[in-house]
Design a protein around this ligand. Structure first.
Ligand code: GDP
Ligand code: MN
Length: 376
């Protein structure tokens, strides 16, 4: 999960990284007073979880509280790369002498972390890396040793950052490791004309596996996300909304991904990814079906189960019991194979629900589900 800039800066501040004074507001009516408290002149910054806000007109200087109100009015509601601006941060402007880039990212390929730093901050780092790769230092960080003060000094030197940027590198590592982050980025980290080092913009991506420890960031965001995904998340389902018309339920992420491919291969488009995992209990099946059936884009549903540890008769029982609590409104194509497939198929045959069909192969079931979706 990505954090908003104002949340990232809160973490920075908690770990001793200096940030400009700022206030977060949700309406233009609050802007005048907030700007007044910050000294009158402010930078108005759109709070959206995407970069390049400056270029898109989402970061603007306002000379006084009246201008801050006007600018806030312009920026609130703006669409930046598909993200609607719902909150704005007003920050005390600073006079920039130099702009730097610093970040830590997880380097999965090498099983380590990577410090990326450059004395050419402010612009997009991808651009600097593409045009002047020598200006970007990439230093592996051993996850066990971490970034000691010595290591921080080494990274700063490699990127030609001033020595007083090293403490920020050290503290930024604390943010990464103590706050369950997979990525922390400051762009720009600035040296002001009066010699201070400040984090002017921040990006933090938290590890979703640690979400249970990070509930203080959660609620606000879920309300703005996809309602189907929010409903699925509330039921603990592994669900991703896609833009097609064939609802998909499968057991095991690999099987579900290949199911999406096979459905696409039949000329239809999957409406979602949903992995109900190993158990495939009636409750999970019912939860999954209810989320998928509540998606108005769904025209047919394809349940693709390969019985391994979970046997197909248990899954078939789960489907039958799920259909007692969920009213089926769209055709359901079931393919059961593997452990106890014959018994599972017999259970569904005996139930004889008018909207439930079976197919013995994955390809056959996919093309039938695609056909039903096209006919609907
Ligand atoms: P981004 O475009 O989404 O990365 O948003 P940033 O917060 O990084 O802002 C974009 C640019 O606006 C920065 O690189 C700075 O050059 C500039 N900027 C932001 N805040 C200030 C400020 O307080 N003073 C000055 N002079 N420039 C600022
Ligand atoms: Mn930035």
């Amino acid at each position: 999960m990505d954090l908003y800039e104002h949340q990232a800066r809160q973490l920075f501040a908690e770990h001793g990284i200096a940030v400009p004074q700022a206030e977060v507001i949700e309406s233009a009516a609050e802007a005048k007073a907030a700007a007044g408290r910050l000294g009158g002149r402010v930078v108005v910054k759109a709070q959206v979880k995407t970069g390049g806000r400056g270029k898109a007109g989402g970061v603007k200087l306002a000379a006084d509280p009246a201008a801050a109100e006007l600018t806030t009015r312009q920026i609130l509601g703006m669409d930046i790369k598909g993200h609607r601006v719902r909150t704005v941060m007003l920050a005390q402007p600073v006079d920039i002498e130099e702009e730097f880039y610093v970040s830590y990212v997880l380097d999965r390929t090498n099983g380590t972390f990577l410090a990326i730093a450059s004395a050419e901050g402010g612009m997009e780092i991808e651009e600097v890396a593409a045009t002047r790769p020598e200006a970007v230092a990439r230093i592996p960080v051993d996850p066990v040793e971490g970034v000691t003060e010595k290591k921080a000094a080494e990274i700063a030197a490699a990127a030609a950052l001033p020595p007083d940027a090293a403490p920020v590198l050290h503290r930024l590592w604390q943010v990464l490791t103590r706050e369950d982050a997979l990525l922390v980025e400051v762009n720009p980290l600035v040296r002001t004309t009066d010699g201070r080092i400040l984090a002017l913009d921040g990006k933090v991506t938290l590890d979703d596996n640690a979400r249970f420890r990070q509930s203080r960031w959660g609620a606000e965001d879920d309300a703005h996300g996809n309602p189907l995904e929010a409903a699925a998340a509330a039921k603990g389902l592994n669900y991703v909304k896609l833009d097609g018309e064939v609802g998909i339920i499968g057991n095991g992420a690999g099987l579900v991904m290949s199911t999406l491919d096979v459905v696409a291969g039949c000329g239809a488009r999957p409406a979602n990814f949903l992995d109900i995992g190993g158990g495939a209990s009636a409750a999970v099946m019912a939860d999954g079906l209810s989320v998928i059936l509540s998606d108005p884009a769904v025209k047919s549903v394809f349940v693709n189960v390969f019985g391994g540890i979970t046997s197909c008769d248990a899954v078939a029982d789960g489907i039958v019991r799920a259909l007692q609590s969920v009213r089926l409104t769209k055709p359901l194509v079931v393919r059961l194979d593997g452990n106890n497939a014959a018994r599972g198929r017999a259970i569904l045959d005996a139930h004889a629900h008018p909207l439930v069909e079976q197919s013995t192969t994955m390809d056959g079931a996919a093309s039938r589900a695609a056909q039903l979706a096209a006919a609907a």
